[in-house]
Every structure is written in structure tokens, then in C-alpha cells.
Ligand binder design. Structure first.
Ligand code: ZN
Length: 272
């Protein structure tokens, strides 16, 4: 299982499983890393989940997700900051070195205003994250989500924001689903790596036709993204971290999850 030593799976990928069942099954299959979604921690002590992960032989790679900073309403922005501080506390307790930020956006204001508020929100929590030993990764999201989920939609936009923020624990999460269409993606991956800010790499595939723009992701090999080309690009840019399989799919969630885990591993071996 040597070849799985850089494979990480997101709890959301096998959503029907509780975190305890996911950990047991990932460990048995030889998966080396896990990224926890906050809903998987509900009703649990994050420190205990972190211990269970390590006792199972898995490394905790990141916590998903923080972010969602923008709003025209100042109280909502303050609540978002509070929620991100809470996520930092959870990551610290878990022993997760990274939080993935879905930046957020609000259709009631301009994208520029949303981006300004994202930068303000990150600045407001980055110090606490640094004290906790936690890095923050801005994940650019596909422009189809620009209205309400992310005003940061390209690698360039994420790189520019990191440059302007100039915080040593803030970088970028590269997710192929969101950036595969972008002619500048490869140049910006190189730029991201050169600045030392390429913090995470998420893989899945874009099914064609896609039936649902959130819940119909494919495993690598099931769609049209050149996943191996992106892997080569991030590695050439200096990234040596885990390769994280992050697939939201009602189709896969409705299948037998044990068989599905075998499929995930096969997809990782053959198409990443
Ligand atoms: Zn992602």
C-alpha cells in the first residue's frame, strides 16, 4: 500500500459514513490521510476525533471548511469571523494543520466588495490561526458559484489576494473541479508554488454532461479533467503534500460505500 501513502480522502466523499466508520475503513484500505468536514465532527470532541485518527494510523490533513466572509450586513460579517475563529479552535484541537476557506460571496453587492470583505475577514482571523499553528487556504471556486459561494474564482484571483494580504500562513487550495477550464491555471499554479503558497491539492472529475452543479462530481477518470496533468503541474511547482479525493455525488453516496471506497482507490491509482 506504499502507493497510497499520499492519498487523503475527505469525509464528505463518503458522506453516508460517520467519521468513526470512515476512519476504520480508510485505515483498513491503507489510505494515509483524512480531511474532516465540520459536519462530521458534530456532537463530537474534535480532540478525541484527532486522537482516533492518529491511533488508526491516519494523518489529519485539513479541516473543511471556513470562510463565507462577505455580507452587506456588518453583524453577519462579525458572525462569520466568530465562526472562523471557532473553526480554528476545532482545527487546533483536531491537530489539523490547515483550514480550507470557501471564501464566500453575496449577490446583494459587487464582487469587488465581496473580495474586500474576504480579505478583511482573513486578516481578522489569521493571527489567531498562526498562534494555533494553522494555515489557511483560499480555495478559488468555479465561476458558476460567484453569486453566493465565492467571489474568488480563479487561481490568479487567489494568488493576487495572497500577495496583497502578505500573511505567512495564508495560501491557496488547488481544486481541479474549479480551475480546470481556466487557460491561465497552469501558469498561476506555477506562480503559486513559486511564492510558497500552494497548500493543498483536491481531485475529482467534471462529468459531461453534469447533472447537478454541486452534487454530481465524478471520481478521477469519470469526466473530462486532465487530472494527471494538474498533478504534474502542482508537483512541478513544488507541492509534495497529500492528494485529496473530494467528491460530492448523490450517485456515489447512494451506492455501497465499501465498494465505492475500492473505486476511489482504483481511480487514484489509475487516473491521478
Ligand atoms: Zn476542494
Amino acid at each position: 500500500m506504499e502507493d497510497l501513502k499520499r492519498l487523503c480522502i475527505h469525509t464528505a466523499t463518503t458522506k453516508p459514513w460517520s467519521v468513526e466508520i470512515a476512519l476504520a475503513n480508510y485505515a483498513r484500505a491503507g489510505v494515509a490521510g483524512i480531511t474532516l468536514w465540520r459536519d462530521a465532527l458534530e456532537g463530537r470532541d474534535p480532540a478525541a476525533v484527532g486522537r482516533l485518527a492518529r491511533d488508526s494510523g491516519l494523518q489529519v490533513i485539513s479541516l473543511c471548511r471556513g470562510g463565507f466572509f462577505p455580507s452587506p450586513d456588518g453583524d453577519a460579517r462579525r458572525r462569520a469571523i466568530e465562526d472562523n475563529l471557532a473553526a480554528i479552535g476545532e482545527a487546533e484541537a483536531l491537530g489539523a494543520p490547515l483550514i480550507v476557506l470557501v471564501p464566500g460571496s453575496d449577490p446583494g453587492q459587487s464582487l469587488e466588495d465581496s473580495r474586500d470583505q474576504i480579505a478583511e475577514g482573513i486578516s481578522a482571523v489569521a493571527g489567531r490561526a498562526r498562534d494555533a499553528g494553522v494555515q489557511l487556504a483560499i480555495e478559488p471556486l468555479h465561476p458558476m458559484y460567484a453569486d453566493a459561494k465565492s467571489a474568488v474564482n480563479t487561481m490568479k484571483s487567489a494568488n493576487d489576494m495572497c500577495r496583497d494580504l502578505n500573511l505567512d500562513n495564508v495560501g491557496v487550495a488547488v481544486d481541479v473541479y474549479h480551475i480546470w477550464w481556466d487557460p491561465e491555471a497552469f501558469a498561476e499554479i506555477e506562480r503559486c508554488g513559486a511564492s510558497g503558497r500552494l497548500l493543498a491539492f483536491h481531485v475529482c472529475d467534471w462529468r459531461s454532461p453534469t447533472e447537478h452543479f454541486l452534487l454530481d462530481r465524478g471520481l478521477p477518470g469519470e469526466g473530462c479533467i486532465e487530472v494527471p496533468r494538474f498533478r504534474k503541474a502542482v508537483e512541478k511547482a513544488g507541492f509534495q503534500g497529500f492528494i485529496e479525493v473530494e467528491v460530492f455525488s448523490t450517485r456515489h453516496w447512494s451506492s455501497d460505500q465499501t465498494r465505492y471506497l475500492e473505486k476511489i482507490i482504483r481511480a487514484y491509482r489509475e487516473f491521478v
